[in-house]
Design a protein around this ligand. Structure first.
Ligand code: PMP
Length: 458
């Protein structure tokens, strides 16, 4: 029997990323409050939030300083836009702060309210840039199979997942997808990570040559893939592909929406993985998700082209009501202040070896094929046969079942396509809480194994 709130939910809400038919039977998990890395449902039951919400609540759930920063800004100036030359001090200060932090040549910062809008903005800026430079053919955008960049029409087109394309008439023309850099699945037998990376770079080169370098504007990549399966790239991947992109004058956009602000144990995933992008997209942990805010960096050549273009055509015609929302900006400033003052990112780096040890130990579990991570993010893959890496039928929903068992054990993790389970806790998680997380995940895997046997799945 669904509770009253649950019944009302089922009758009124469309849930994003949900199997709507299955949901009518199962109903929602209705959360009421949070504290530290724990969230509580309406019956008061605690769950360890092993996904930091959606890879975003880096400072956990009860940070009073963020609440106070929002309250102060709400009381002082709850809203002002920054269209047509208007501005406000949180936006200015935040743009300055981000310019200092990012590992890319940033001349300016443009703010959005989400990661999808940030990546949509990247596409539009890449197009705008090449129009300004008088090369209107150079417009194609390359994403990667299993890359995730959001759900707006352009960001979903860059995304490389079937659920975001099938039935949506996407991707739009001019959006291509290079191979997913997943050594466990993609490498030839005996191929080292470095050899695999070089092959992927050669394939990318061939793709750009085939399309015509004068038609390709940009390549977008997450440092570690999130929604595509929490996939860590093979060694040498970015070092191998960057010269290819540079040779063809293709802009590299790092989608730091998950990895930005500490996830890999450095401020940006680009630093951990040696990525030298032309521009970054960011969102999520920028405010520890206490307010919706995202954005992109704009380098000097792009800015100069934008200036030239606006001298010719006038207004820079892009931006939303909530671009650089003052309350979100104030919360972001406080979040970054706390990251610096409390050495949160250094703390994440210090805890990462323990987190990764516990994660990688799950590779010994009879139903786990791969368990791999970086910093405080990781993914594991459930397989039917470890030697051949054969998987269960997708419709068996094995990873979904594992995640449901985890929830019964008081742990929130996320299942992703390809029978993968992602783990991405708040950066403030303690070592004993990391142990609780993996103890519970181990139990969920044991229960999944027993369930597989009971169901007679092959
Ligand atoms: N890029 C990446 C790497 C993401 O993980 C996400 C969200 N999971 C997005 C973009 C889209 O962000 P949003 O959901 O805020 O639109």
């Amino acid at each position: 029997m669904l509770s009253n709130l649950a019944t009302r939910d089922v009758e009124t809400l469309i849930h994003p990323y949900t199997n709507l038919a299955a949901f009518r039977e199962a109903g929602p998990l209705v959360l009421e409050r949070g504290h530290g890395v724990w969230v509580y449902d309406t019956d008061g039951r605690p769950y360890l939030e092993g996904m930091a919400g959606l890879w975003c609540t880096a400072l956990g759930y009860s940070n009073d300083e963020l609440v106070e920063a929002a309250r102060e800004q709400m009381a002082r100036l709850p809203f002002s836009h920054i269209f047509s030359g208007r501005s406000h001090d949180p936006a200015i200060e935040l743009a300055e702060t981000i310019k200092e932090l990012v590992p890319v040549p940033a001349s300016k910062v443009f703010f959005t309210s989400s990661g999808s809008e940030a990546n949509d903005t990247q596409v539009k800026l890449a197009w705008y840039y090449n129009n300004a430079l008088g090369r209107p053919k150079k417009k194609k955008i390359i994403g990667r199979v299993k890359g995730y960049h959001g759900v707006t029409v352009a960001s979903a087109s860059m995304t490389g997942l079937a659920a975001n394309h099938a039935d949506w008439d996407l991707p739009l023309p001019g959006f291509l997808h290079a191979a997913c850099p997943h050594h466990y699945r993609g490498a030839h037998p005996g191929e080292s990570e470095e050899e695999y990376s070089r092959r992927l770079a050669d394939e990318l080169d061939a793709m750009i040559e085939r399309e015509g370098p004068d038609t390709v504007a940009a390549f977008i990549a997450e440092p570690v893939m999130g929604a595509g399966g929490a996939i860590v790239p093979p060694k040498g991947y970015f070092a191998a592909i960057q010269p290819v992109l540079a040779r063809h004058d293709v802009r590299l956009i790092a989608d730091e929406v998950i990895c930005g602000f500490g996830r890999l144990g450095s401020w940006f995933g680009s630093e951990t993985l040696g990525i030298q992008a032309n521009s970054l997209s960011f969102a999520k942990a920028l405010t520890s998700a206490y307010m919706p805010l995202g954005g992109v960096t704009v380098d000097e050549p792009l800015y100069q082209a934008m200036l030239d273009q606006s001298r010719k055509i006038g207004t820079f015609g892009h931006g939303t009501t909530y671009s650089a929302h003052p309350v979100a900006s104030a919360v972001a400033l406080k979040t970054i202040e706390i990251y610096k003052r409390d050495r949160i990112i250094e703390g994440a780096a210090a805890k990462a070896p323990h987190f990764l040890r516990r994660l990688e130990a799950l590779a010994d579990h009879p139903i786990v094929g791969e368990a791999r991570g970086l910093g405080l993010i990781g993914g594991l893959e459930i397989v039917a046969d470890k030697a051949s890496k054969r998987q269960y039928e997708p419709k068996a929903g094995v990873a979904a079942r594992c995640v449901a068992f985890a929830q019964e054990e008081g742990l929130i993790v996320r299942f992703l396509a390809g029978d993968r389970v992602a783990v991405c806790p708040p950066l403030v998680i303690r070592e004993d809480e990391i142990d609780t997380l993996f103890d519970r995940l181990g139990t969920a895997l044991d229960r999944t194994q027993a369930w597989i046997r009971e169901q007679g799945l092959q």
